[in-house]
Design a protein around this ligand. Structure first.
Ligand code: URA
Length: 210
């Protein structure tokens, strides 16, 4: 199966999914969407009300902010892939529970394995913790973390930025670094001897100090 077919199959499975309780209260599964060849993907937490109504990720207020930030760095939402760790909306937008995260985990894992993006930008704490359970968003946001074969770049969640002006500034600051971090990842990959600056010895986390 090619990449497109694999991703379409995952989408179908997400839409029919009954692996946790969330399908009972949600209207639509939200598998994720966008350019499956994109070098960068954005991973949020879970669908909210608008996403649940439409079956599409980040189409509410947080999505509008995400689109505005993408524009600042020269991208549209169609240029990138956008998804979530949780595919059905938790009731009243409550935090996803550990068993719901565990049930949904394979979908994103399969999507990322199929797309093999160069850079995974996690939006908020839950998405960062999917890759890096010890992560703390206030400490780690805006720092590149190489983990499980992915170049993970955590930033604040746009919904949090809408509530908190300090976080809005931090989110914008981290967004503006994305092109530089992407360039850094590409240069790192091109090293002829296969060495990497992304991984320090015995450490899986670095601050780029950009
Ligand atoms: N917040 C998220 O984390 N994901 C969405 O799709 C929308 C809002």
């Amino acid at each position: 199966m090619d990449k497109k077919a694999i991703l379409e199959q995952i989408e179908k499975n997400v839409k029919m999914c009954q692996k946790c309780r969330l399908y009972k209260t949600a209207k639509h599964g939200v598998p994720g969407e966008g350019n499956i060849e994109s070098e960068i993907v954005f991973i949020g937490e879970a669908p909210g009300q608008m996403e649940d109504e439409t079956g599409r990720p980040f189409v509410g207020r947080a999505g509008k902010l995400l689109e505005a930030l993408l524009k600042e760095i020269g991208y549209t939402r169609e240029d990138v892939w956008i998804g979530n760790i949780i595919k059905h909306r938790p009731p009243e937008n409550r935090d996803p529970l550990p068993d719901e995260i565990a049930a949904c985990e394979p979908y994103l894992a399969m999507q990322l394995k199929a797309m093999e993006p160069l850079m995974v930008i996690t939006l908020g704490r839950f998405a960062m913790n999917y890759f890096y359970s010890d992560g703390r968003i206030t400490r780690d946001r805006g720092r590149l973390i190489k983990i499980a074969g992915f170049n993970v770049y955590p930033v604040y969640h746009p919904a949090a930025a809408l509530r908190n002006p300090q976080m809005a500034l931090g989110l914008k600051e981290d967004f503006l670094k994305i092109p530089t971090v992407l360039k850094y990842i590409k240069e790192d990959l091109q090293k002829p001897d296969g060495s990497t600056d992304l991984l320090q010895e015995n450490k899986d986390q670095i601050g780029l100090g950009l």
